[in-house]
Write a protein that binds this ligand. Structure first.
Ligand code: GLA
Length: 416
């Protein structure tokens, strides 16, 4: 067995040992969430009709075939607790028959059903209503069982309104994780304490995916800051345990008033290609949170880019990250990101500057020490040729733009 194979085996064994052992999220999850589609992200007014028609559309528009599996109901569905048995109940005007039939509908389409809860006494938002929505605090076992009984496959657990004196995220996430496991149903667990307690360092045995930072809003400086937060987290991720850079917008409608007067789509096509490229390279969970029922040609071009999705779902199951900077300006704006994949190395050249730049990277920086190397452009879907030198230059990468390449060669040496 050669040394590359040995180190690959070691990485896989290490991850087998630490990741939550519930058999799900062996590759990073792909899906859609109600959060910013109908009404502002912060006042999501989801409904059974919306969720079911989104599931229909995921099948019709090719997203399901491309790998998007999860249809997730966000902080907008719960109403109160049943006074007799204290079960969470769904808002009757939005989900007249409750959540189970909606999950059944989703399952019939071959998709998976997700839901939101909070580990505190109330959720973060009121979902556009005049009363607070109950969280799961004090009811973890009961709510986990309710979700399992409804056929839930994915639970996002937020961290608002926790109680002083009992608000240790390590303890609370572990308790909820144990409650989910005790149901016997394999449920993907997505934790969301906004990266405050460095969840990448301790969450892998507890949750399948963990939010690494603040909410992602559909505005460039916010996206750039999310990317920065995730620039050095690859070593924490692996099968069953992935970083979550938060929802992705990619040109869909929605998001009214997330920032005053703001409506998605709020960024340029170049910027949306950048967010998709970087979420792919970092192997973040990718959950689309804007309207997909009337996808534009641009949304389809991005969200259904098979070559990028192949990198995202690559069976090597390794995350990528920033591996260096090119010397294109005084400040560190010309970024080189890389991710090892089965057939080589995926490379993103990301220009976070206000002006265009050429970005040159040496093959050694991305772990390649043998040439010639074949380079393919994953946005242009074009083979660029075989290169025998020591570096390659992406020319005139626009402000906030990203070029994505797949580098393949006879043997990859992975030592960045
Ligand atoms: C928090 C989370 C968001 C979203 C809302 C729901 O703000 O960070 O992703 O889930 O709560 O209210």
């Amino acid at each position: 067995m050669n040394s590359y194979f040995c180190s690959l085996l070691l990485v896989l064994l290490l991850h087998c040992a630490v990741a939550l052992d519930n058999g799900v999220a062996l590759t990073p999850p792909l899906g859609w969430d109600t959060w910013c589609t109908q009404g502002p992200c912060g006042r999501d007014w989801c409904s059974a009709e919306e969720v079911q028609s989104a599931a229909d559309e995921l099948v019709a528009n090719g997203m399901q075939a491309a790998g998007y599996q999860y249809v997730i109901i966000s902080d907008c569905w719960a109403d109160t607790r049943d006074p007799h048995n204290s079960s969470l109940t769904a808002d009757k005007t939005r989900f007249p028959n409750g959540i189970k039939p909606v999950c059944d509908y989703i399952h019939k389409k071959g998709l998976k059903c997700g839901i939101y809860t909070d580990l505190g006494t109330n959720t973060c938002s009121k979902g556009g209503r005049d009363h607070a929505i109950p969280g799961s605090y004090g009811h973890y076992k009961q709510d986990a069982q309710t979700f399992a009984d409804w056929g839930i496959d994915f639970v996002k657990a937020d961290f608002c309104n926790t109680i002083k004196g009992d608000n240790d995220p390590h303890k609370l996430y572990k308790e909820f994780s144990d409650a989910l496991n005790a149901t016997g149903r394999p449920i993907l667990f997505n934790s969301c304490e906004w990266g405050l307690d460095k969840p990448w360092e301790w969450m892998a045995p507890i949750a399948n995916t963990w939010r690494t930072g603040h909410d992602h809003a559909d505005e460039w400086s916010n996206t750039a800051s999310v990317i920065e937060i995730n620039a050095n987290l690859a070593s924490y991720a692996g099968p069953g345990a992935w970083n979550d850079a938060d929802f992705i917008m990619v040109g869909g409608e929605g998001c009214t008033d997330f920032a005053v007067g703001h409506r998605c789509p709020g960024q340029t096509d170049t910027e949306y290609r950048t967010s998709f490229s970087l979420w792919v390279i970092m192997a973040s969970q990718i959950i689309v949170a804007t309207e997909i029922r009337n996808m534009s040609a641009f949304q389809k071009e991005v969200l259904l880019n098979k070559e990028l999705l192949a990198v995202h779902q690559d069976r090597l199951r390794k995350a990528g990250q920033r591996v260096g900077f090119a010397n294109c300006s005084q400040s560190k704006v010309c970024q080189i990101w890389a991710r090892n994949v089965t057939s080589g190395v995926a490379v993103a050249l990301y220009n976070s500057d206000k002006v265009a730049h050429d970005i040159t990277f040496s093959f050694a920086t991305v772990g390649i020490h043998k040439t010639p190397v074949a380079i393919r452009d994953l946005w242009a879907h074009t083979d660029l040729g075989h290169f025998s030198g020591t570096s390659y230059t992406g020319k005139a990468i626009p402000s906030h733009g990203t070029n994505m390449y797949l580098l393949s060669m006879p043997e990859t040496v992975t030592n960045y």
